[in-house]
Design a binder for this molecule. Structure first.
Ligand SMILES: CC(C)(COP(=O)(O)OP(=O)(O)OC[C@H]1O[C@@H](n2cnc3c(N)ncnc32)[C@H](O)[C@@H]1OP(=O)(O)O)[C@@H](O)C(=O)NCCC(=O)NCCS
Length: 187
């Protein structure tokens, strides 16, 4: 398997590559309507989760369009608390890179600051070893738990796209938050 970048360990978390053993806990929360509520996808079926885990296990990170997806687990307790992923924008020049970050936690993982802590580690990786110039997050305006993560990270709210998606039977409004390498390093 090609060498894959890993974020630094944090005080409470370890971000690691997905393995086949993550399938059942991944399905357990990805199949919940509550997890999918503000995401573009519907709750995921078991076979969709199998395909996704297989993609993550095999993925490389060497070209635009690639995803670096990490399983989040407690540093002192192996297991699965959620997923955090960095996408290298398609169409971006090879260097410097631009991309997108996204996070989901299991219900048990929420309310502990884990998403913010994991995202900070992924941004350290993106703006350090991976030489990203800009990373953005795109979210449904109603997803206040997720906007709060962006704000705790110091990402700037750059855009509000009023009713730009017709999703799950209704118009939804997208927010774009972003951070540049120089601001992350100064922060
Ligand atoms: C979005 C999502 C990841 C946010 O999770 P979260 O747990 O609220 O965010 P964090 O992990 O950063 O935790 C922050 C919360 O932990 C609390 N917390 C408790 N102990 C803490 C500690 N030691 N350190 C930091 N925060 C702590 C914070 O006060 C905050 O709670 P509050 O929102 O009530 O103020 C989660 O709601 C989720 O998975 N949603 C479904 C999927 C989804 O919509 N993903 C985003 C798509 S854009």
């Amino acid at each position: 398997m090609a060498e894959f970048p890993l974020p630094p360990a944090t005080q409470r978390l370890r971000l690691r590559r997905f393995t086949a053993a993550d399938l059942d806990p991944f399905f357990a929360y990805q199949s919940l309507p509550d997890t999918a509520r503000y995401l573009l996808n519907e709750p995921r079926s078991y076979t969709e989760c199998m395909a996704r885990i297989a993609m993550y296990v095999d993925a490389g990170f060497s070209k635009p369009g690639d995803w670096a997806a990490f399983a989040i687990e407690a540093a002192d307790k192996p297991g699965f608390l959620g997923e955090i992923a960095l996408k290298w924008d398609l169409g971006a020049d090879k260097e410097p890179k631009t991309g997108e970050i996204g996070w989901t936690l299991t219900p048990a993982g929420r309310g502990n600051g884990y998403a913010t802590e994991a995202a900070a580690a992924v941004l350290d990786l993106a703006f350090g070893q991976l030489n990203f110039h800009r990373v953005q997050a795109r979210l449904d305006e109603r997803n206040t738990a997720s906007t709060a993560v962006c704000e705790r990270l110091g990402m700037l709210r750059e855009a509000r796209l009023a009713e730009n998606y017709f999703l799950k039977g209704e118009w939804t409004t997208e927010l774009i938050y972003a951070v540049l390498a120089r601001d992350w390093k100064a922060h």
